[in-house]
Design a protein around this ligand. Structure first.
Ligand code: NAG
Ligand code: NAG
Ligand code: NAG
Ligand code: NAG
Ligand code: NAG
Ligand code: NAG
Ligand code: NAG
Length: 670
């Protein structure tokens, strides 16, 4: 094997030498040494003094398996792009207050967090990098990238408020020290940093975005020896200069009408280059809503107009990827705190982007490649388009085991917190006093006598969905249509009730209220960020049995975070004799050969969470539009793979697999 490889690589060298190869981007832009980085001091960009157009694609490393980063980058470079853009997710890198993870740091997402490796791999694949560390990133990501433990601190988000800035500074000092050496002028790949994110959009009623906050962030970069270009990005046609800083390069975000945006920017920022920091080539999806698509011809039209203007761009997204586990965000309606308009984002962040969620080529890929071949003026070497990884629709498997809800709690409770009052998940004193950020929270009341017709009343709103069980038996109605979101067990109702028993009364019963965190707001108004606790918490909130109208106190609170070590060590599984939820279900996927990418098809299930070999890959909901969940090959192994499903309502007898994502119109009615 080894001699053969050497022969092959020699042959490569000879053939490429004889055809006088074009330089790589790094050869072209760093030959003769590096004396300057990305500059916007003239009507066009220069990099190290040479004319440069930013042809960038967005790939959020936390939405793509680490084992596939290089593959996605090769595809990016082969399309003719020269730059990779990514946000940096604070909530992942500082999962608990003061506890950091930049790869293998012990957190649940540790494998995604090797940011130095990402920056190095990009350079190896001949891509420059634009970094957008926020700290607020929106990105349809959980809490817009904020760690949920910030809710414990009474911080004033996205402002210069002292507590907030104290934590931002602590995190930025850490992050920027980790990536400092990866700046372009120090021999690395990062050519620019974005300050905040669409801060102009944060304007709300009489609240105006605070320039001192942006200045504070700018100062953190300066203090941490960041020397590359700083920029801000907003849509100037909407927000004018609300999110900008004097002297800091302003980019724009757009989906259509590039000329309108660019001309507006040129008015306030003449003699500068233009950059569409986000050119939206697709869009994200919400649960129980339509799947959004943008035709390739629209992308061709707008991209060509951007190139002709001429302007630089970042394709948002080049590859959208996946909101693994509990990482999806949600939209929240504008008026103060109004749960009525909570809308969670789907697990898939496919975005109808240039590559699919699973890294496959779309028509848009070839549109981009063709246009860049036509418009690119700097002759650098564009590698061949890589082959695709085969997908495997594995044969369906039977569900073998079930773990009842009672046994989940009785035999596996990771903590039981006794509390006189209801507490939101973030205020539990667990995880090094950082609270619970993800998963479900169980409010258990034991030893209650329930006369017949007892009604359970929850004052305020639940955040976000609630299941009620009496002695381990689900009382909540099975979700059947989107309209059910207006009823008991969902966020919209203020003050909701459910009848616990119709037949006979019960004495010494156990009542569980299981509340799901379905996604923290990723965008909303400035007053909402420090109020979006999850669980049962609202100011007036009480839970009571209305037959006696007695407020219930003295709860047992059990957080269910679905940490890998917990899921892999669950006790109490039995042979499955019923499909009744709320429960965990187990199926074994045997893979005799090297695993391949696949999609688990959840159309026969109702609502819940899928966990593969201990890692929660995401949520599902029969209402759509997403009907399958992407399982990348690196999450599977040769041999037995553990598929564990937390189903709220009603399981199916089997799970099946598909070779691609299945979208539906809103599947309203079962
Ligand atoms: C750089 O681009 C500008 C604007 O297109 C052009 O005027 C200038 O000649 C270019 N410089 C080089 C060295 O190509
Ligand atoms: C707990 O948090 C503190 C900072 O708040 C940190 O120094 C310490 O390492 C953390 N401990 C663990 C076990 O994570
Ligand atoms: C939320 O933040 C605002 C500042 O934006 C502050 O005035 C307010 O006290 C904070 N509220 C809480 C509950 O921390
Ligand atoms: C909350 O939003 C819904 C839907 O927009 C609206 O009908 C309702 O009146 C709002 N409630 C409050 C208290 O603002
Ligand atoms: C909900 O209950 C609280 C407390 O009893 C009450 O103040 C509030 O007006 C009720 N809201 C609605 C919409 O009925
Ligand atoms: C109530 O039920 C629990 C088990 O859930 C049991 O341990 C306890 O002895 C019962 N108490 C009474 C008074 O029946
Ligand atoms: C993993 O779980 C097992 C069994 O519950 C426990 O003994 C072990 O300490 C846990 N390990 C870690 C790293 O949490």
């Amino acid at each position: 094997m080894v001699p053969l490889l050497i022969t092959l690589s020699l042959a490569c060298v000879f053939s490429s030498t004889s055809s006088d190869p074009l330089p790589t981007n790094y050869e072209y832009y760093t030959s003769g040494g590096i004396s300057s980085g990305l500059s916007a001091d003239q009507p066009y960009f220069t990099l190290n003094g040479k004319n440069f157009s930013i042809y960038s694609g967005a790939m959020h490393y936390f939405r793509v398996p680490r084992a596939y980063w290089r593959d996605r980058m090769k595809k990016m470079r082969a399309a003719g792009l020269n730059t990779l853009e990514t946000y940096v997710a604070w909530n992942l890198h500082e999962p608990y207050s003061g506890v950091y993870d930049f790869g293998d740091g012990g957190s649940e997402m540790e494998d995604f967090l090797h940011i130095q490796e990402l920056l190095k791999t990009a350079q190896e694949e001949d891509l420059f990098v634009i970094l957008r560390p926020g700290p607020y990133i929106c990105a349809e990501y959980n809490y817009g990238g904020f760690p949920a433990w910030l809710l414990r601190e009474g911080a004033g988000f996205r402002t210069n408020e002292a507590t907030y800035m104290k934590y931002v500074k602590r995190y930025f000092d850490k992050l920027l020290s980790v990536i400092n050496d990866y700046q372009f002028t120090k021999g690395g790949s990062i050519i620019a940093f974005q300050i905040e994110n669409e801060y102009g959009y944060a304007a709300y009623k009489d609240w105006v975005p605070e320039r001192p906050y942006l200045e504070g962030l700018q100062q953190l970069y300066i203090d941490n020896d960041v020397v590359e270009l700083l920029l801000t990005s907003d849509s100037p046609t909407v927000e004018g200069d609300a999110g900008t800083l004097p002297g800091v390069f302003q980019a724009t975000n757009l989906g259509t009408d590039p000329e309108e945006q660019f001309n507006k920017i040129l008015k306030r920022q003449p003699n500068k280059p233009l950059l569409a920091m986000e050119f939206w080539v697709g869009w994200f999806d919400f649960w129980a809503d339509v799947h959004h698509t943008t035709p390739p011809d629209t992308v061709r039209d707008v991209l060509e107009r951007i190139l002709k203007f001429p302007a630089s761009f970042n394709l948002y997204m080049f590859i959208g990827g996946t909101n693994w586990g509990f990482t999806n965000g949600a939209s929240l309606g504008a008026d103060t705190f109004n749960n009525s308009v909570f809308i969670p984002v789907t697990t898939s962040y496919d975005y109808d982007s240039v590559l699919t969620e699973a890294g496959d080529y779309t028509d848009k890929y070839f549109v981009v490649k063709e246009l860049l071949q036509q418009y690119s003026t700097i002759p650098t070497n564009t590698p061949e388009v890589p082959n695709l990884a085969p997908k495997e629709p594995y044969r369906y498997i039977k569900v073998q085991k079930r773990l009842s809800f009672s046994d989940i709690v009785d035999k596996n409770a990771p903590y039981v917190i006794n509390s006189p009052n209801l507490l939101p998940m973030e205020l539990l004193d667990i995880n090094n006093n950082s609270g619970q950020s993800v998963g479900y929270i169980v409010y258990r009341k034991e030893n209650v006598d329930l006369p017949v017709s007892t009604v359970l009343k929850i004052e305020g709103h639940v955040c976000d969905t609630a299941l009620v069980l009496v002695n381990g038996v689900l009382i909540s109605p099975v979700l059947e249509s989107k309209d059910d979101f207006n009823g008991f067990g969902y966020w919209r109702l203020e003050n909701s009730t459910i009848t616990l028993l119709t037949g006979e009364g019960l004495s010494n019963a156990t009542v569980d209220i299981v509340v799901e965190e379905w996604g923290r707001m990723n965008g909303g108004n400035i007053y909402q960020y420090n109020k979006t606790f999850k669980g049962l918490w609202q100011e007036l909130l009480q839970v009571m049995f209305t037959l006696t109208m007695k407020k219930i106190s003295d709860w047992k609170i059990i957080p269910l975070e679905f940490k890998k070590n917990w899921t892999n060590n669950l006790e109490g599984w039995t042979d499955k004799t019923t499909n009744e939820g709320t429960a965990l279900f187990y199926a074994a996927l045997e893979i005799p050969t090297e695993p391949r990418d696949t999609f688990i098809d959840m159309r026969k299930w109702n609502k819940g969470l899928v966990i593969v070999n201990g890692f929660p890959i995401g949520k599902y909901l029969f209402l759509g539009p997403q009907q399958t969940l992407y399982i990348p090959a690196p999450f599977l192994r040769k041999g037995t793979n553990d598929i564990v499903i937390f189903e709220h309502f009603e399981a199916a007898d089997e799970v099946s697999f598909a070779s691609k994502q299945i979208w539906s119109a809103v599947n309203d009615g079962k």
